[in-house]
Structure formats: structure tokens, C-alpha cells
Design a protein around this ligand. Structure first.
Ligand SMILES: CC(C)(COP(=O)(O)OP(=O)(O)OC[C@H]1O[C@@H](n2cnc3c(N)ncnc32)[C@H](O)[C@@H]1OP(=O)(O)O)[C@@H](O)C(=O)NCCC(=O)NCCS
Length: 165
């Protein structure tokens, strides 16, 4: 692969970003529940978390869990995914538990992920956001993304946001 791999941990002013661990399965389940999606069993959640961790080295991009320094509470995750885009120009992704919203954590983590993406040698990132998701657009705006174009699927409009690194 022509890109450097992303690091497996990052530190920001307030947050530690690290690879998923089996113990994050509970927090992951809670996130899925808050999305309103069908809840995985704890075993299924553990498998997903293990798979996310195991696939990271081969792919070179991944998501990382978010925790405050000195605190073990799982807050959510942020990272790079192929998503609707490509390995060369991946998507930035973030999802936090509701109780962690509104503290600037997504912006802080996403900003560190943008720096890490630049350090891999990539030149462009995308983020696809449902048209109603104002908080997500605001995070993207704060870290320098601009709206590029809109596509749609059976659930409605998807706005493609881009950042040239
Ligand atoms: C999107 C998400 C990660 C943002 O997390 P967060 O840590 O609360 O984000 P931040 O605090 O860094 O920034 C949120 C910004 O949106 C603004 N915001 C939040 N709700 C808003 C609303 N209803 N209308 C306008 N602005 C809003 C906040 O005021 C803040 O902007 P500011 O710093 O200018 O005040 C969080 O809402 C989330 O996990 N949502 C569910 C998952 C999701 O939608 N992920 C993205 C998929 S594309």
C-alpha cells in the first residue's frame, strides 16, 4: 500500500484514542441502541469489536475509541473508514454516546484524525452525512470540510463533504 498506516493510538488535549478492546463491547452495544438499530447480543458485540481491532493493521485505517485522560468510561469512537468512499480517499467517521455530546469531543478527536490521515500521505477525505444531521455538519465545518455534492438512497439525501489535506 502506498500509504503509511495510521497509528494505533493518539492523544489530544483531553482525549485518549485507542484501538477497540473486547471490553468496549458494552459501550458499543449502547451506541447501537442509541442509534435505534437492532441491538446485538453481548457476544455479537464482542465479535464486532474483535473484528474491528483485528482488521486494523491490514487495512492501515481504522476507528479508535475515545476516553478522557485518566478515565475508563467509553465515550464513543472516531476514525477513518472506507464507508461509501475508497481506501485512497476514505471517510472520517465519529459517533459518541449521548451523554458525551456537546463538549467538543467529536471535533477534538476528528481534528486529530485529520492530522493522522494527512500523515499517512493521503490528500483528500470525505464524510457522508444525512441531510438532517446538523451536529455532524457543524463538526465537519469546524475542522475545515466543505459541502461538495448530494446523492440519495432509499432513506433520503446524503451530503458528501470533502477536505483537501
Ligand atoms: C455528531 C456527533 C458525533 C457530534 O458530537 P459532539 O462531541 O457533540 O460534537 P462537538 O461538541 O464537537 O460539536 C457539535 C457542534 O454541533 C452543534 N450542534 C449540536 N446540536 C445542534 C443543533 N441541533 N443545531 C445546531 N447546532 C448544533 C454544537 O453546538 C457544536 O457546535 P459549536 O461548537 O459551534 O457550538 C454526535 O452528535 C453523535 O454522536 N451523533 C450521533 C452519531 C452521528 O450522527 N455521527 C455522525 C454520522 S455522519
Amino acid at each position: 500500500m502506498p500509504y503509511q498506516p495510521m497509528p494505533f493510538s493518539l492523544t489530544t488535549e483531553r482525549l485518549n484514542l485507542q484501538l477497540w478492546q473486547a471490553a468496549d463491547a458494552t459501550g458499543y452495544r449502547e451506541l447501537v441502541g442509541e442509534r435505534g438499530d437492532e441491538l446485538p447480543t453481548l457476544d455479537e458485540a464482542r465479535d464486532e469489536v474483535r473484528e474491528a481491532r483485528a482488521s486494523a493493521p491490514g487495512r492501515g485505517i481504522h476507528c479508535m475509541t475515545l476516553r478522557l485522560h485518566g478515565d475508563d468510561e467509553f465515550l464513543g469512537y472516531c476514525g477513518l473508514v472506507i464507508g461509501r468512499a475508497t481506501i485512497e480517499e476514505p471517510e472520517i467517521a465519529y459517533e459518541l454516546l449521548r451523554r458525551a455530546h456537546g463538549n467538543g469531543y467529536a471535533t477534538e478527536a476528528a481534528s486529530a484524525i485529520v492530522d493522522a490521515a494527512r500523515a499517512t500521505g493521503r490528500t483528500r477525505l470525505w464524510s457522508t452525512v444525512r441531510a438532517w444531521n446538523t451536529p455532524s455538519f457543524r463538526v465537519l465545518e469546524k475542522i475545515g470540510f466543505r459541502r461538495d455534492h448530494t446523492t440519495s438512497d432509499e432513506k433520503g439525501d446524503i451530503v458528501w463533504n470533502v477536505l483537501d489535506l
